[in-house]
Design a protein around this ligand. Sequence first.
Ligand code: ADP
Ligand code: GLC
Length: 488
Amino acid sequence: MLYNRTMKVVMLASEVVPFAKTGGLADVAGALPKFLGSLGSEVAVILPLYRETRKKGLSLGRVVEHLEMNWSGKRECFSVLGRDEGPVRFLLVEKDEFFDRDQLYGTPKGDYPDNGERFAFFSKAALETVKHLGFRPDVVHAHDWQAAMALVLLRHVYADDPFFRHTRSLFTIHNLAYQGLSDREILEKIGLPDSLFHMDGLEFYGRVNYLKGGILYATAVNTVSRKYSREIQTPEFGHRLDGLLRKRRDRLFGILNGADYADWNPATDRFIIRPYDPTYLDGKKQCRKDLLKAFSLPEAAEDVPVIGMVSRLAGQKGFDILSEALEGIFKRGAVLIVLGTGEDVFEMSLSAAQKKHPRSFGLRIAFDEALSHKIYAGSDMFLIPSRYEPCGLTQMYSLRYGTIPVVRATGGLDDTIQEYDPAQRTGNGFKFADYSASALLAALEKAMSIQRQKDRWRPLIQRAMACDFSWEKSAREYIRLYQKLPEF
Ligand code: ADP
Ligand code: GLC
């Protein structure tokens, strides 16, 4: 079956720009719908209404007051706020008991213990909302474990509901490491049959695994780069789900994320001191000065490498090998600037190192949108030493700002960065394969040696800025996949 009319897509994500963000999922869930809309789809994007969102004071209208659904053996109530932006409708599920909290997922000490219940509630409420509004989806597209229960519900609770008779589903895995585990009792709360709790169902080492549910019960599954879609079928990257993913490989795809150049463009960026483009790189120099000042670092000569990082401080992101490499980085005369928040261990080790090297290490433990833009613009190189990386957006952003990526060759980083070849003058960055401090330093050293050769560095910057990862291509791939779903 092909959709000759406008396709209706319901997208579920736990974070969406501009409403709430902790990482790349929010960028994707904010941008992809916009591009699907411009290609002719009608999209409803649904997320929880968090305290963070309320604080932003974005204009939101009341869409539904007091909708009821079965939850935990009784009738539970929630409301929905929202706003329309062209063909995209944003809907936010209001349930203060679950979402009016300081953070999205937990405190610095760890996850909220009721995350399983919070996001299952959100997922069910989202399906009830579209039903109530009469928005009959061709596709329910759920992102990550937080939205996965919607697909389990579609298959096992709403299967006979005529409203969803033609609905197919897609599950996008942005990160296989976060799976969402709850005790068996959650099934009863959600209203799912306990009979799903077995090895070939939702059970995973004695608990309910949400991500597994998404993989099992979605019509098709995708991840956010080709390479990661292959990696997760191996024990090394499979987080104990590689067997299941191999079983479903005929319906497992890799679609690379895009960059939304409306938000990430040095020529129009309102967060940076001087706009610039490939023909006017003087602006970038001003941004570099401004960045060093923002971190109270001394001015740095042109050939001193300023290396930037903007990252969640998590095991995935390579901060253990970075820690080992720090002395080597400073010994080579480079300046390092890190913006990040996350796990205590990394916050502490980075802070200690910063105290030791106050004149060459700029560190800000925070989530700061404006400062992140200053780093993309003002750095010479952008370091991403990830242990694994499903796609990675920061390398795409830094490319657009003419900041040369130095990355570990894994997942989407490997798919988007081609090694610079001085003889051919091709490539857009530098890569290393071994997950080690010495491999990281060797790649940085290569980048630094090219930086010292102006006749090579400047064209490299210009080529980086010309790389095109715009969403339109990826959005078309999603539409093709949506159109194929009825064939599975
Ligand atoms: P991930 O989703 O694994 O964190 P991505 O590279 O896909 O990695 O996306 C990270 C996104 O979050 C980017 O938009 C990046 O700029 C942003 N980001 C990460 N940490 C911070 C921070 N401390 N302050 C501001 N933005 C951040
Ligand atoms: C995840 C991944 C990251 C990816 C992002 C958006 O958080 O860690 O690699 O870019 O999702 O898909």
